[in-house]
Design a protein around this ligand. Structure first.
Ligand code: SER
Length: 603
């Protein structure tokens, strides 16, 4: 049975039981500021579970888009997903235990519904709680299960952990709100004939459905107050249910993921079997990011946008791990939209969604390889330290992690993941400190009066701008003091530099200039900026067109022995960020003026 059959049957079943079908709400919660995303089917219904009147009535059913990123590190195994669909039905102060359980049983085992052999099922009921709420065990639910034919030995009482929301206690979805004891249904996933129950062999039974008997409101101070009405909130994870009903061991083996994995396979030189976990991470993360984009989320450095950014960047890194070097997220997202847009019409804004992903990928693609190299350098440094001192460094400092974040766009969680792969940890607290310090610094800097002459401060132009300084210094040294900058123009692809000189540069001069710049890059010298009084800059022989341009105080960019130049910025932080400098063209533009066009190439 395919996922779409399960979805359709579920909705039809509850419609026949008098439920109104309501649409899936956005994954961005409207009424809960305590969480970033909708985490359960009941989440958007919180006000109604608390007693407000729902316009569609007291019995509702739907399939709800949900995002849970708490287990993001587990993605890659057989079952964890960051996005999933929850099939649900609700009673808002209408029916209670009896109907909820009878209907659950009917839907699971009924011939025209899921048609599950009852022998494949086991259930749990609330086992009571004496240390928090003083609630008795739920014999009533157990009796109802027996009445519908569930054998005694397949019913397990689970001691409820009310305070911790575990074992047959569900909710609230955020920090506060409706919650209550539950009765849960499990499917046999063990070897051979089903035996025992959930309490006896917990590993062999997998939860597929949860009926929550919502009667409490958890308040801000951690108390549980009885709700004004008794509700039912049921939730069946679609992906998981499809998996077990198809006899598969992994959700990735279902039709929900196979076409996505195939698409990934078409781009990667490695097979799915060789790189299973990366394939799965890419499929899961891009599916979630696509759904986020469908609901209007844009990657950013805070809140929901940050989670989205993390997902996309993590997918890209795993793309690199399986040998995908080109821009690829939109190709995968297209497939995802193709599979899912019949169910989720918001995905019909295909172009916009693909652009959101591509824009983010483009941004990150520019820095990821350098960032990964930077990380390798860091490891090499650790090795050298070990060789030289015999002491092993096991932690990446907050400053280093911050640099990977700030310069190369590595979310801190990605650095942690990289570190973990090498058996290292990251000083997250130190990272946060660097982050805060940087924020304050950039706030005061942006309030300054100096403004650079560049039109576009993107990463590429910044790098080329720094290269221009090095080229300028090289020309003054190699061609002569007269070869001063007369004009400069930078695009994302190349730099252009005009200077007075009577004849064509010799082959040797050209090579020397290139060498000068590339030696500077290889030295990886750091780039610092100081604001100096004009006279002071002059005294230090900073390069600059002092005639008329500058104010009383000037910004001076210092690249160690390589260059000292008056400039508005911005520049990279250290010269290693420039890769390789290459002169593409050197020509006359008349009147004793020469023009150089140059680029930075990878490698
Ligand atoms: N809220 C419960 C769950 O998510 C039932 O819908 O499992």
């Amino acid at each position: 049975m395919q996922a779409q059959d399960i979805r359709q049957k579920f909705i039809q079943f509850f419609e026949e039981k008098g439920h109104a079908v309501i649409p899936s709400a956005s994954i961005l919660p409207e009424n809960d500021p305590t969480v970033l995303f909708t985490t359960a089917g009941m989440h958007p219904l919180v006000p109604y579970l608390m007693g407000e009147v729902h316009p569609s009535g007291k019995r509702l059913t739907n399939f709800q888009k949900c995002i849970r990123t708490g287990d993001i590190d587990e993605v890659g195994d057989n079952s964890h997903l960051t996005f999933f669909e929850m099939l649900g039905n609700w009673s808002l102060g209408d029916f209670f235990k009896k109907e909820a359980i009878e209907w659950s049983h009917e839907f699971l085992t009924g011939e025209q519904w899921l048609n599950i052999d009852p022998n494949m099922l086991s259930v749990t009921v609330f086992g009571g709680d004496d240390d928090f709420l003083d609630l008795p065990k739920d014999d009533e639910s157990a009796e109802i299960w027996k009445a519908v034919g569930m054998p005694d030995n397949r019913i397990a009482y689970m001691k409820g952990g009310v305070a911790k929301s575990e074992d047959n206690w569900w909710g609230p979805a955020g920090q506060t709100g409706p919650c209550g004891p539950s009765t849960e249904m499990f499917y046999w996933v063990g070897e051979g004939e089903p035996h025992g129950n959930v309490a006896e062999n917990p590993e062999e039974w997998l939860e597929i459905w949860n009926d929550v008997l919502m009667q409490y409101n958890k308040t801000e101070n951690g108390n549980f107050e009885p709700l004004s009405q008794k509700n039912v909130d049921t939730g069946m994870g679609l992906e998981r249910t499809a998996t077990v009903l198809q006899g598969k061991t992994s959700v990735y083996d279902t039709e929900l993921f196979e076409p996505i994995l195939e698409k990934i396979g078409a781009l990667s030189p490695f097979s799915y079997e060789e790189k299973m976990s990366s394939y799965r991470v890419i499929a899961d993360h891009l599916r979630t990011a696509t759904m986020m984009a469908g609901d209007g989320v844009k990657p950013s450095n805070i809140g929901q946008g940050y989670v989205m950014r993390r997902l996309i960047r993590r997918a890209i890194r795993h793309g690199r791990l399986i040998g995908i070097e080109n821009v690829f997220t939109h190709t995968i997202a297209k497939k995802i939209i193709h599979i899912m847009s019949d169910t989720f019409p918001e995905l019909k804004h295909e172009e916009e969604i693909l652009k959101t992903l591509s824009d983010e990928e483009e941004k990150f693609s520019k820095t990821i390889n350098q960032g990964l190299r930077e990380f390798e350098k860091l490891l090499a440094g650790f090795e050298r330290a070990l060789e030289n001192t015999g002491r092993k460094i096991t932690e990446i400092s907050g400053k280093q992690a911050f640099k990977l974040y700030d310069t190369y766009g590595f979310p801190i969680e990605m650095t942690q993941e990289l570190a973990k792969e090498k058996g290292l940890t990251v000083d997250v607290k130190g990272f946060e400190e660097s982050y805060k310090a940087h924020k304050e610094k950039s706030r005061s800097l942006s309030a300054g009066v100096f403004k650079g002459g560049l039109q576009d401060h993107s990463w590429e132009t910044t790098r080329l701008h720094t290269a221009t300084h090095l080229l300028h210094a090289a020309l003054l040294k190699i061609v002569g003091g007269h070869a001063k900058q007369r004009g400069s123009n930078i695009t994302a692809e190349r730099l252009r530099f005009d200077f007075p000189h009577a004849e064509k540069l010799t082959e040797e001069q050209r090579e020397q200039v290139e060498k000068y710049v590339n030696d500077a890059i290889a030295s990886d010298h750091k780039v610092t900026m100081e604001i100096l009084p004009f006279e002071e800059a002059k005294k230090r022989e900073a390069i600059g067109l002092f005639e008329d341009k500058y104010q009383e105080k000037v910004k001076v960019y210092d690249m160690g022995p390589w260059s000292l130049e008056v400039c508005g910025g911005p520049h990279v932080e250290h010269l290693g960020q420039l890769s390789t400098f290459k002169i593409k063209k050197e020509q006359s533009i008349g009147a004793g003026m020469r023009r150089i066009k140059a680029v930075l190439v990878e490698g």
